[in-house]
Design a protein around this ligand. Structure first.
Ligand code: G4P
Length: 281
């Protein structure tokens, strides 16, 4: 998640994705189910053009289930097939290949009308950093892919992995940049780990998380951090966490930075509950 995006970097990433897209019939657009809108690349529609796609709401194990269903329905109502998956456990992954077949029925018919023998459908995975692209490819491929050592003078191009009889997947994902302009989106992407902690104010992000989940996690925050969000003023929340955990700096000052890192880690690991940070419309 440590990638920093510069214009040249973005142009190169886009060209790579466009070159790979030309080789496939369909794109599997991976989003983070906790932030299904904020974790989409801002130019994705333009980059994909007419290419068929399926949206995969990944990390659904960490998101609020009802919200994930709402977002999936909202994508479907706009004509984009959407599935909820968990690439870490494999939940929902088996539904992907049939969904690809379903989405490419027209292509199959076209081949048949032209008297062509059907070949396996070709797909690629794309999404912003840390959304679970590699995990998903490994899951779909059904084994840990072995990384072959570089041999001098040999450039290894992208490889295809067979997913059953009817689907081939590009073994390297397309990496796209996230949205940066909206500060709230930045906070959400930091909260979920799409943006490196090295480039954000960790205390600010942790405070944002506590604020975002406070009403739904009153008991959890009480139990885990002895933090009563209804009584303690917001400015002292990280002090409360530090106090409970014994995070102290010299002079008995609460180590708010360490408390913030704790909150971030707990949130990302799902220890505070399952939360969706984007609003369903
Ligand atoms: P990327 O290729 O898009 O950059 O993402 P990658 O697959 O490397 O996944 C990023 C992190 O997200 C990994 O955690 C991975 O295990 C985790 N992850 C991927 N899919 C899911 C999911 O559906 N649910 C959950 N809970 N986690 C998921 P990591 O901490 O970087 O590594 P590790 O925990 O695997 O050691």
């Amino acid at each position: 998640s440590g990638i920093q995006w510069y214009p040249g970097h973005m142009t190169r990433a886009r060209r790579q994705v466009e070159a790979d897209l030309a080789k496939v019939d369909l794109a599997l657009e991976l989003v983070d189910a906790r932030v299904p809108v904020s974790s989409r690349n801002p130019d994705i529609d333009r980059i994909l053009g007419q290419k068929p796609r399926i949206i995969l709401l990944n990390k659904s194990d960490l998101a609020h289930p009802a919200a994930t269903q709402k977002f999936a329905e909202s994508f479907r109502s706009r004509g984009i097939p959407a599935l909820s998956v968990d690439a870490a456990s494999g939940e929902g992954v088996k539904a992907i290949a049939p969904a690809v077949e379903q989405a490419l029925q027209q292509l199959l018919q076209r081949w048949q009308q032209r008297g062509m023998r059907p070949r396996p459908f070709r797909a690629m995975v794309l999404g912003i950093p840390n959304v679970g692209k590699s995990s998903l490819i490994n899951r779909l491929a059904g084994r840990r892919r072995t990384v072959t050592a570089d041999r001098p003078g040999v450039t290894r191009g992208p490889q295809w992995v067979s997913i059953g009889q009817k689907l081939e997947l590009l073994d390297t994902p397309g990496i796209l940049w996230p949205k940066f302009e909206d500060p709230t989106v930045g906070l959400k992407l930091s909260a979920t780990g799409a943006v490196s902690d090295l480039v954000v104010d960790v205390q600010h992000v942790a405070s944002y998380i506590l604020q975002a989940i406070r009403d739904k996690a009153i008991e959890t925050l009480q139990e885990r951090y002895s933090l009563n969000v209804l009584e303690v003023p917001e400015a002292s929340w990280l002090d409360a966490v530090a106090k409970r955990r014994g995070f102290l700096l010299s002079g008995g000052v609460y180590d708010r930075e360490k408390a913030a890192i704790q909150v971030l880690g707990d949130f990302r690991a799902g220890k505070l509950g399952r939360f969706t940070l984007d609003e369903t419309e």
